[in-house]
Design a protein around this ligand. Sequence first.
Ligand code: SER
Length: 324
Amino acid sequence: MKNILIVGSTGQIGSELSIRLRSIYGDNNVICGYYKPPYPDNFFDLGPTVEIDATNIDQIADAVKKYKIDTIYNLAAILSATAEKNPKLGWSVGMDSLMNCLDVARELNCAVFTPSSIGAFGNNTPKDKTPQDTIQRPNTVYGITKVVGELLSDYYYSRWGVDTRSVRFPGIISNLTHPGGGTTDYAVEIFYNAVQGEKFTCPVKAGTYMDMMYMPDALDAAIQIMEADPSKLVHRNSFNIASMSFDPEMIYAEIKKHYPQFVMDYDVDPLKQAIADSWPNSLDDTCAREEWGWSPKYDLAKMTIDMIQVLKERYLQQTLTLQK
Ligand code: SER
């Protein structure tokens, strides 16, 4: 039985990973570290929580000792576009949280998962079917923290045997907690507008391809990699994973199958466009498939159906509640 600490449990990934981990390992075995509001509904009622500033190593160490933690999910990060507006903050949140988790894990014998990203690649990386091992020279501070994170995590493993593992997440499409400040956020926001009958203005150009993934697959990846048989892992930090690659026109066309009146136009954000242009169009995830059985369940069509259904039900519930 694992005892898990999630650092950054109220963010886009953490808010859903905590629910999934608790359903697998038990409510009391998953400790949700939180930093600042807003907290999800019932956050404090669903299982143990602990206030943690990821840049404060003592708070992480105290939680690990108190709850006898053996696995840390370190999700604290500032996403790409926001980090470009405040690079020092992007650097310190990304790096301090990582170093703190690695040092605590080394001392107290924990495994550590810290996500990497498609942002760990840059302009001179091969764009299509980007290989697992290739050039990584990102030109965003977010990407730089991810590359350093991969290297440091491998260093802690090879030097001190800390059980570090990771995946390179694509843009994650989710419907519980907004991502906030990422370059791929448009692929989440477009659904909220479509379901509410509003026009959507896309901040990246037609023809801008990026890898994306529906949250249930992203959660599977984060859990499966930590459950994988270590003797099968040739790589550790960090695995390419992929499930779908599309540009704005493709997701627009897919949503229009359900909402024929839906309208999308463009107002390109130069910062987000430059970041998107520097990232791969699609990743080759062969190593993840071979070393730990990665196999996503959602493509663009299946994800679109589910996103629309979940959001429609939520808005219907809200309308019913307001009418009461
Ligand atoms: N979703 C992230 C971003 O856009 C990429 O990992 O910043």
